[in-house]
Design a protein around this ligand. Structure first.
Ligand SMILES: *[C@@H]1O[C@H](CO)[C@@H](O)[C@H](O)[C@H]1NC(C)=O
Length: 330
């Protein structure tokens, strides 16, 4: 997992990348968008803990984390590893789940049956400090698996949208000030869902004419517009080239199928620092990407550029579904 501050910097870049996609639609063929959509979802198979299903497509992964929660006498097996590490975080995964569910709500009709969405996750499992002192495959994990808790106002907005239950309207009205009505938002991230929550509420005004939510439309407009002018503008290209040194434990170490003997915590670090390409391709991973000067080192130990995360892919899925459907219709 990247820190909240770093993550909040990363998200505007993702959104800029999406803006660039809009501006350069002609560079993409309809098949490119469909392919990118499938791969953006396939990525989640590489992040799967627990007992893998027989239809798992990324064959280099195997079962792992089969005892999660057992020290607390609860079953927390399953879910998704967060990023390049072997931890299942609560808040980041909540953001990922929210973004993916939102993608389905907005663009689900544009997604083919082949786009198999990830299944809902469990709560947070693992100790990030201990995990970051190990470079080992998920299958070899033997460090403690702790449990974390999770948050709310974003949830109330979604429940209200789904149920129109006035209790949630009242809750949002009395707690909406924590959304920072007067504050500008500069990012939408797992650590700060305010911008997204305001967009959900503004849709309540636009689509259901809920006057109480009118002020959130102005906030959402400001947020979207703030991302474009004067920002570094990354062009997104569709090319056969991709990063070879993705900062992800499972992808960078030999598959347990190829090398069944345990690779322990410290021994694995030589692979983190190695210049060799990852033995297993983490298909579809969106990485944190180039620096502000558009340089990308493709260096595994440079997590600021080379780490993937479930919450980097998640906002792309809906956008790719939209563009795939647009270009298929044309
Ligand atoms: C609305 O939500 C509240 C809080 O969850 C619940 O107690 C109440 O039964 C709900 N009302 C309806 C009509 O579903």
């Amino acid at each position: 997992m990247v820190s909240a501050v770093e993550n909040s910097l990363a998200m505007p870049i993702l959104f800029l990348a999406l803006c660039s996609l809009c501006l350069s639609c002609s560079a993409f063929s309809p098949q490119d968008y469909s392919d990118a959509l499938e791969k953006s979802i396939l990525f989640y198979e590489g992040q799967r803990p627990g007992k893998l299903p027989s239809n798992q497509l990324l064959k280099w992964r195997a079962d792992s984390g089969l005892h999660d929660g057992s020290s607390y006498h609860v079953d927390l097996v399953g879910g998704y590893y967060d990023a390049g590490d072997n931890v299942k975080f609560g808040l980041p995964m909540a953001f990922t789940t929210t973004s993916l569910a939102w993608s389905v709500i907005e663009f689900g009709s544009s997604m083919s049956a082949r786009a198999r969405m990830p299944e809902p996750p469990s709560v947070g499992v693992g100790d990030p400090n201990m995990d970051h002192h190990c470079w080992e495959r998920p299958e070899d994990m033997d460090i403690p698996r702790n449990v974390y808790k999770d948050e709310l106002l974003c949830g109330a907005s979604w429940i209200h949208r789904a149920s129109q239950n006035v209790s949630y309207l009242a809750y949002i009205q009395s707690n909406g000030h924590t959304l920072g009505a007067e504050d500008d938002d500069f990012s939408f991230s797992w650590d700060d869902k305010q911008a997204g929550t305001k967009v959900v509420l503004s849709k309540g005004f636009l689509e259901k004419n809920i006057q109480e939510f009118q002020l959130y439309k102005a906030h959402s407009d400001n947020y979207i517009c703030s991302l474009i002018p004067g920002s570094p503008n990354f062009q997104v290209q569709y090319t056969p080239r991709y990063p070879l040194h993705v900062q992800n434990r499972g992808s960078s170490l030999q598959s347990v199928h190829a090398q069944p003997g345990k690779i322990d915590c410290n021994y694995g670090f030589q692979y983190l620092y190695s210049g060799s390409p990852n033995p297993n391709v983490l298909v579809g991973a969106v990485l944190r990407g180039p620096d502000s000067k558009d340089n990308f080192a493709d260096n595994r130990n440079n997590y600021q550029q080379s780490e993937p995360a479930t919450y980097f892919n998640a906002p792309f899925v809906g956008a790719l579904a939209f563009f795939a459907a647009q270009s298929n219709a044309n």
